[in-house]
Write a protein that binds this ligand. Structure first.
Ligand code: PAF
Length: 282
């Protein structure tokens, strides 16, 4: 694996690869890598000739200083893991180089960026959109891979690429889970063993929502799922909503939308965890 820090050097390197007919796959990350990231890389390697991963903790997507400071960082271990997992190129940009020359963003997400994660973390998705665009400009990938765990982020990135008409194919990869069902996330390392074990209740609530499809009303289901999660000590539900899988508008009847998803965000102690489950595919 080669490690490149400068945007220009990365572009020069990848241009040569492209000229040789290689297709470039890209896995953007903020590091603190786990099996979820490695499954994105594995998918990237299956589809593409050259795999590029980036590690960059993007300050623009944090609205809370403490959250940014406490975000786990483990670049030396990440490098070993990426090497072992067959990554070809690691892009490790500095903020100044990455953001230099940024065109003022002019994206509209039709309100999708201000609900759920966007409501709890104002400005978060604009920050994600900005950095993803800059990373796409640097890598110019044929295909890019994102985890379905960040469902709303996947919708935002799809909208971004269509607004900018970017020639990149997006692949959303299924969420990897711990044995108790907890969605893998870099934030999980900040959980105590008790919270980590109790956090399996989030997936159980999502499965309850799936089992309740068409039986209880969406509202009854949401209430039950919130109660299930809140019954664990130190767990506070930020939201548990059942919504249209494309617009994220809340639904009051199951048949209202062709695709239905349940979205959840929970504070386990002071660690924010998110997850989702498709209840009906469109
Ligand atoms: O999902 C993430 O890790 C980040 O939001 C991303 C897409 C790498 C942008 O910083």
């Amino acid at each position: 694996m080669i490690i490149i820090k400068e945007k220009k050097k990365l572009q020069d390197y990848l241009n040569i690869k492209k000229a040789g007919g290689n297709r470039i796959g890209f896995v953007p990350t903020m590091g603190a890598l786990h099996d979820g990231h490695i499954s994105l890389l594995a998918s990237c390697r299956r589809h593409m000739d050259v795999s590029v991963c980036s590690i960059f903790v993007n300050p623009a997507q944090f609205n809370n200083r403490e959250d940014l400071e406490k975000y786990p960082r483990s670049v030396p271990q990440d490098i070993l893991l990426l090497e072992k997992s067959g990554c070809d190129v690691l892009f490790l940009p500095e903020e100044k180089d990455l953001y230099e020359g940024e065109v003022k963003p002019d994206y509209t997400f039709g309100g999708m960026d201000t609900v759920f994660e966007g409501a709890s973390r104002p400005g978060h998705f604009m920050g994600v959109a900005r950095v993803v665009r800059l990373l796409f400009d640097a890598v110019n990938p044929d295909m890019a891979f994102f985890g379905e765990k960040d469902y709303q982020q996947c919708l935002i990135i799809r909208s971004l690429t269509s607004q900018l008409n970017l020639p990149v194919e997006l692949k959303f990869v299924e969420t990897r889970r711990e044995d108790n069902g907890l969605a893998m996330s870099s934030r999980n390392r900040r959980l105590s063993p008790e919270l980590r074990s109790d956090a399996g209740i989030i997936y159980q609530a999502l499965l309850h929502a799936k089992a309740s499809f068409g039986i209880e009303s969406p509202e009854e289901t949401e209430n039950k799922c919130r109660q299930m999660i809140a019954s664990r000590p130190h767990f506070k539900v930020d939201y548990f909503r059942i919504c249209d899988a494309q617009t994220l508008k809340n639904i009051s009847r199951w048949e209202e939308s062709p695709g239905v998803v349940a979205l959840v965000a929970v504070y386990a102690g002071n660690i924010r965890l998110i997850d989702n489950l498709s209840l009906k595919k469109a």
